[in-house]
Design a protein around this ligand. Sequence first.
Ligand code: HPA
Ligand code: ZN
Length: 353
Amino acid sequence: MVNIDDIPIQYLPTLIKAMPKAELHIHIEGSLEPELIFQLARRNGIALPYSNVGDLRAAYAFSDLQSFLDVYYACASVLQQEQDFYDMAWSYLTRAAAEHVVHAEIFFDPQTHTQRGVAMGAIVFGLSRACQDAHERLGVDAQLILCFLRHLSEESAMETLEQALPFREHFIGVGLDSSELGNPPEKFAKVFARCKAFGLHRVAHAGEEGPSSYVSKALDILEVERIDHGVNAIHDPDLMKRLVRERIPITVCPLSNVKLRVFPSLDAHNLVQMLNMGVCVTLNSDDPAYFGGYINDNYLQTVETLKLSSRQVFVLARNSFEASFVSAKQREIWLKDLEYCFENFRPETESKS
Ligand code: HPA
Ligand code: ZN
């Protein structure tokens, strides 16, 4: 049996690709690759402000969160029919399966689409059908989390929740995303309280561009169970102690943080510091089509740049299951699979495959 602490670093890329993992911070609209964007634009007769894939990719030079969101919302306009939502999710899920993601909790932004006249049912059924097919055909367990756009009003969020309630069995929770600065958690206190009453899981983006106080408020006012990004929590020592003490997970997205200039470079990222302090850090891709990598790229580049050990890679993957909204029984099964993968790792056979 292999000791998890003793796996040489040259074998980590093989191990990272092979290990079972959960992805907990992925915006499905952010998985829309340029080729699929153009395909859907043609199918739906939509004119894009970019003449081809190359032009579009050239627009992926972001200076901050808002500069990304402007492109992201423009590209989401190609999604019109239920089948478009299915195709987008299926494309992500096949990729996730190939990267040994066994469980994904997928964000979707209904307001981006309902504002353009797309029916809530078309969005939810398209995504949900892809999740069901992924379970049956790819062996990937995928669940949906409905996100409210924080640059819009709480009334709009409340109306969105009402529209979604007839489809309650198709999503496990709610989140909060879009422009963070100037849109603090308390703006959504009432809608999150209502979501709690419906037994929905709650998460929120906080401390990506916003201050550490947004992380505290997301916990105190929105009663979230997980923080998305959360990297600015590091500026508040008491909050850091709380994250550790209460074992509140954060879903870190290193490549996203570099692309959106939350950190000037990957080697300046604070995830190892957080990990060493005992925070339940998970690694995720956020918007992989826009930020230059899916989940394994996030692991691979982080491990290489920040010189993570085999133990730290193991802990990140273990945290992804611990932080997920799955049953205790299912979590135990995946944790055992993960341990088995590390303890029985044989580089000679693995690297040939
Ligand atoms: N932050 C906020 N909103 C988002 C993001 C993000 O990283 N990606 C998609 N919507
Ligand atoms: Zn995000």
